[in-house]
Design a protein around this ligand. Structure first.
Ligand SMILES: Cc1cc2nc3c(=O)[nH]c(=O)nc-3n(C[C@H](O)[C@H](O)[C@H](O)COP(=O)(O)OP(=O)(O)OC[C@H]3O[C@@H](n4cnc5c(N)ncnc54)[C@H](O)[C@@H]3O)c2cc1C
Ligand code: FES
Length: 238
């Protein structure tokens, strides 16, 4: 079982419509893109999961978008306040030394920006495209930002020009499904970061099970513990 951590808020700032950046100072030694932390939001007992957007010298950065009680609790916190969290949790992206196309949608940009930093540090050529529903929701840092349309429509042109060898993606299920389909059409591998409502967050309650193909057989996998990152080809969409 992962240890519960205590951290303190270093920064909390609005960055777009209903969207905030949160930095937590902690004793964490290591974190990778695709992993997440799970924040306790009292009086709620179920922790809320957030992808790690950046990590340096123990400081974990996440982006959070207001949704319900949990995210509104986090928004009410101030610099210096203590945060109870678990993490880093889950299996992150497996970085390959290959020309990489990164596809984010909405708040799914968070792990993509972390991955981009990791690829840049490893001198791996990359291109990040992200889509947002409206200008007010845009978070900057991508090589191409699509506003109001679908990132999927731009993939064929980018693939033909940039010629990636692998695709990574995070966003709503429909985007991940279509990224997987596009990757297959171009005979490319794709790693996708999945999302589902989490309860325990550590592979115990089985509430986040999906079907994946492994060793030629359909098997169960938990998004929180076996994922959130999966090989797009292995995911059996329901
Ligand atoms: C692996 C993972 C990474 C995520 N990364 C981010 C991120 O970087 N930034 C961000 O803003 N959001 C992220 N989310 C979604 C975020 O966890 C939910 O928006 C948040 O839990 C909502 O909590 P709430 O109490 O404000 O909303 P409520 O709607 O009141 O939440 C009720 C319950 O549903 C769960 N829930 C609601 N929506 C989601 C959702 N979309 N995904 C998972 N659980 C949900 C909550 O955890 C809670 O148990 C991520 C979710 C997962 C699974
Ligand atoms: S949330 Fe409990 S197994 Fe994933």
């Amino acid at each position: 079982m992962k240890k519960i951590q205590k951290g303190s808020i270093k920064k909390i700032e609005k960055i777009a419509l209903d969207t905030f950046v949160l930095e937590i100072s902690s004793n964490i030694q290591e974190a990778h893109s695709g992993q997440f932390i799970s924040i306790l939001c009292p009086p709620k007992t179920l922790r809320r999961p957030f992808s790690i957007k950046g990590f340096k010298d123990g400081v974990i950065e996440v982006f959070f978008k207001l949704k319900g009680e949990g995210t509104n609790y986090i928004k009410s916190l101030k610099v210096g306040d203590s945060v109870d969290f678990m993490g880093p949790l889950g299996q992150g992206f497996k970085i390959e030394n290959k020309k990489s196309l990164l596809v984010g949608a909405g708040i799914g940009i968070a792990p993509m920006l972390f991955l981009k930093d990791e690829l840049n540090a490893a001198n791996i050529n990359n291109f990040l495209i992200t889509g947002f529903k409206a200008q007010s929701e845009v978070i900057y840092g991508s090589d191409k930002t699509v506003i109001g349309g679908s990132v999927i429509d731009f993939l064929p042109e980018i693939i033909e020009k940039f010629k990636p060898e692998v695709i990574y993606s995070c966003g709503p299920e429909i985007v991940l499904k279509l990224v997987g389909k596009t990757a297959q059409e171009y005979n490319l591998d794709a790693q996708i970061a999945m999302e589902k409502v989490f309860a325990c967050q550590v592979g115990v309650c089985r509430g986040c099970v999906i079907k994946i193909l492994k060793d030629g057989k359909v098997q169960n996998a938990t998004i929180c513990h076996d994922g959130p990152v999966f090989d797009a080809k292995a995911v059996v969409w329901e």
